[in-house]
Design a protein around this ligand. Sequence first.
Ligand code: FO1
Ligand code: CA
Ligand code: CA
Length: 307
Amino acid sequence: EKVVVFAGGTGSVKLVRGLVAQHHDVHVVSNVGDNYWLYGMYICPDIDTVVYGLADLLDYERGWGIKKDTFNFLRQMEVFGEETWFRIGDRDAATHLMRTNMLKNGKNLTDITRWMCEKFAVATKITPLTDNIVETRITTNKGEMHLQEFWVKYRGRDKVEGIQYVGADKARPSPEAVNAIQDASMVVLAPGNPLTSIGPMLQIKGVRKELSKVKKKVVAVSPLIGGKAISGPAGDYMEAAGIETSVFGLAKMYSDVCSNLVIDTKDKSQSKKIRNLDMSVYETKILMKNKTAEEALASFILKQVRV
Ligand code: FO1
Ligand code: CA
Ligand code: CA
């Protein structure tokens, strides 16, 4: 059985790691909306987080970058008078530099990501959802900016007024991603932010259609516990997008592409309402605070969710 995981960010890598530990054939389809150009280098946080996570190189506490990485390069950029709010480690920089050179030599992100998996000895397939450029941009009272500027530079403190996925209307899913969806025995929408991790992927033309064709085997995992985001600004983004910050709001958002929703036991008062949307609801503990919990949630999804 092939399990395809739509992934974007820290919660996603935990679930992916849990699924891989269950010896399942896992194929990760990654969000690209967070990708960011800096110092002439192309940075793909969601791809790198999964690669590093599966290579056991990820800084587990931070949830991004390589553990025990040094920051000499960044310090020198500071000496040169550059902004250094986006903390690129020395080893991490090598990844971005190699990727950028390959892009300049005409390789696409799918090929580059495959190369990365080989170099980091990651056997799990990881593919960007698209080889086209899609950029998640946030509008606040300070104006419109890249997600990384909103979240990292300004620490997510400004009020979110809107979210745009620039390029999503012209982007198309890669053939690898479409094949993965079609061949999957289960497609899992990881417990990522519904607007900035999973949302940008669903906005790409054709993706909603592909998923809706197989919605009976699509399982979304809630990123909320007790109506609040497990981590990050999911709640604020949902509010800005006019979506009720609850598992019911989430269910409505996903109901056209997904027939199964895994929610936390703390949210079970909403299960009945969700079932009325013609979705199956599964209740369990969804917080993945260590590797045991990651594997427990993965095992629950594989064994309890009937697709
Ligand atoms: N997140 C931060 O909060 N601060 C950083 O300095 C930072 C650096 C960084 C470098 C490489 C990388 O792949 C990711 C990095 N992230 C950083 C995480 C990342 O920007 C965000 O977590 C996601 O893009 C939002 O989901
Ligand atoms: Ca992300
Ligand atoms: Ca199984």
